[in-house]
Ligand binder design. Sequence first.
Ligand SMILES: [Zn+2]
Length: 541
Amino acid sequence: MLKRTLAYWLLAIILLVGSAPAGPLAKPGFPNRPKLVVVLVIDQFRYDYLMRFRPFFGKGGFNLLLDGGAVFTDCRYDYATTITGPGHATLLTGAYSNLHGIIENEWYDPLQHRQVYCVEDPSTRIVANRQGSSATPGFSPRNLIGSTLGDELRAATDFRSKVISISLKDRAAILMGGHSPNAAYWYDSGAGHFVTSTYYEPALPAWVEEFNQPSPAQPYCGEKWQALPETPGAPGKVFSHFEPSAGEPCPDPKFLGWLNNTPYMNQIELAFASQAVRSERLGQGPETDLLAVSLSENDYLGHGFGPYSPEVADTTLRTDRYLASFFADLDKLVGLENVWITLSADHGVAPSPAFIREHQLGLGNAQVAAIRGAAEKALVAEFGAGPWVEDGGDLYLYLNRETLKKRNVPESKAEEVAAQAAISQPDVAAAFTRTQFLNGNLPNSPLARMASNSFNPKRSGDVFLVLMPYAVPVSGMTGTSHGTPWNYDAQVPMVLWGSAFKPGFYATACQPIDMTATLAAALGLTQPSGTQGTPLVPALK
Ligand SMILES: [Zn+2]
């Protein structure tokens, strides 16, 4: 008995002073980090695309992830503003707009009486070559509140980890990269090459300039966009063809305009990402590196044609082929056994109004101007001549501060009248007021919870609008959009692939904010400052 007690105390002392002999206890919880983490985001990529088009996927693209990854079949944003800027910020901060502050791509600033772009930064300049900055105002993550996964990885490794972020869209690259990446690159669609801003680098590195010369668009001169033979709905169909006028050089601005509306842009973007891995030696350094890539073309074409179009089917199949080639590059350069890959999207998309009407799902088009008009009319009727509504779109109404003061109307009263008028419109499902958010006086409903996760008191408007399901804020019948809490906008893929994750399909609850929470936990990092997600424990080995 005495011997056992003595042994117990000895062991306890050894454990307490941390001088346990080598073995499993030597480095408890020491992170088993890969050489490279690739966070792949596909803009406007609905979860159902992975299922609907799976029979047409080839080897090594989406199937690599679906066969060998942890696939979450029901991953949904729990906020109401499913848009590109907020979505990318949400994925990499693990928080919603209420905390990271990116409430829209562009929001109204009542103090400056103008729209603010989510990544605008007049103190920076665009960098488009090795000579240095241009005169064009640049972009930065200045408006992003709090840290991202990349920021935490950099801090945890004394900034030896490299973090690089790439997209066609400036806002996607910048918001994924966070505040302290090594670089963020996006595509200047007018000029046809990749750029950055002085926030990141004073001049482009040689490899980026080389990639840009003469133009990554040049190999596509003379191409047409023709559906693959296996594209469902329109096999082999020629969707578009660019006819240059005689004597015109290629690529010229007209050709670039055409190319911007083809899936070839994803191929260019992934070739750029491969070149970044090669030239920056990502996955070859002393610490884990992070590469974030957001494929934007799926969003451009999705807006144009809708989720049930052959154009989107063909774009998805081509994205699959391009990804197979990108993953093969990663294998050659880093070895896939040393890489973790995650796949998600910033948002989904609604069917086109034409599809909605044909199948009697709802109104089709939302009349956004009429909502604002109804609010203005009701405020005039209640309190006298305006103008009362200073700005407004499909998400927010901003009241005119001067009119409120002049008419001596309390903000909360005017908000209420505007919200009631908005709800009376057939395309509005709910409207919540700033006062309700600030006082925590919201109804106990899923819509109110999601709106609350979108509402940032410093930047959000006075009345928050939720459109009816299948009321899409576009004027045409064939184009479409997103930005609501409804599941066609909110549900996205979530796949975690690599040595840390247990393959399989998981129907358990998942939010996109869980991606960063899971990666931070698996990498042994401090969670980014605002992360509200929960590590997806069932998928962790
Ligand atoms: Zn979009």
